[in-house]
Design a protein around this ligand. Sequence first.
Ligand SMILES: Nc1ncnc2c1ncn2[C@@H]1O[C@H](COP(=O)(O)OP(=O)(O)OP(=O)(O)O)[C@@H](O)[C@H]1O
Length: 311
Amino acid sequence: MNVLEIEKLTKKFGDFIAVDHISLSVKEGEIFGFLGPNGAGKSTTIHMIVSLLTVTDGKIKLLGKDIAKHRKFAKANIGVVPQELAIYENMSAYDNVAFFAGLYGLRGDKLKKSVAKALDFVGLTDKQHVYPEKFSGGMKRRLNIACAIAHQPQLIIMDEPTAGIDPQTRNYILQSVKKLNEAGCTIIYTSHYMDEVEEICSHIAIIDHGKIIVEGTKEQLKSIIAEQTQIEIEVRSAEHFRAEKLQGIVGVNTAHMTDDKVIISTAAEVNNMNDIIRMLISENVKIVSIKTMRPSLETVFLTLTGRSLRE
Ligand SMILES: Nc1ncnc2c1ncn2[C@@H]1O[C@H](COP(=O)(O)OP(=O)(O)OP(=O)(O)O)[C@@H](O)[C@H]1O
């Protein structure tokens, strides 16, 4: 069963198309990785799913129901862990979680039980009466998660929950994502960290310039470039050089510059390193180092978007 179905979803800001007819489905029980470079359209998509932004065109269905027509149902069944912390410093941890659970419609005993369960889940039961202003960054992140899950939504959307946090909290959050998933939650997870996505996500979609450029399981994505080798050449004095010229060499599929590196994707069976180096030298580009990389999600991303995830 699909928990979420997006059909030809589009968002325009004036003449600018931030999300361009994207379609995707998230199946029950999945941890769905939603990736894209800065400005690709991830947050705009998420904001439309949670009704923070109006939809220009297209449809979003949650558990088969059109969210435009079933707003209350959508609100009750989606939990969002936003990129920026959304907690009140001047309310206790308990009151923070209770406030959000109340917004999602919980009342009375059910609210109390759910708040206690959410605080227990993130390991903050013994700190429930403390104000978050006294919390470490990691504890605030955990409280942010508790606020999103207390109403026991079927779908949890996590928008870069590990950005800028220490490794211990990061591990804690990743373990929590796995635990929530094992408990039956479907999760959409956006991150700039490829290793995280490789570790926890079963299905991945990559968005760039508002369009889904590839979607599939990790294995499917990697197989796209399995027969290719990635070559990363660190260079100097290359401001004048148009890396696309390398695509004229036999075997080279894509070539582009990122900062001071030329990133080349080339057919693994073609030995064209000499030709590549010869071209760089003839263009007066200074070569500093050469590295070949095996296929990973990062190289899939580089190959398909021509950019690194964290540019
Ligand atoms: N309210 C707005 N008005 C005009 N343009 C906007 C608005 N919100 C977003 N955009 C533009 O839409 C594009 C997509 O932005 P979005 O925030 O969805 O990207 P993102 O993939 O979430 O990036 P990041 O990883 O940096 O958060 C960007 O070019 C952004 O500048």
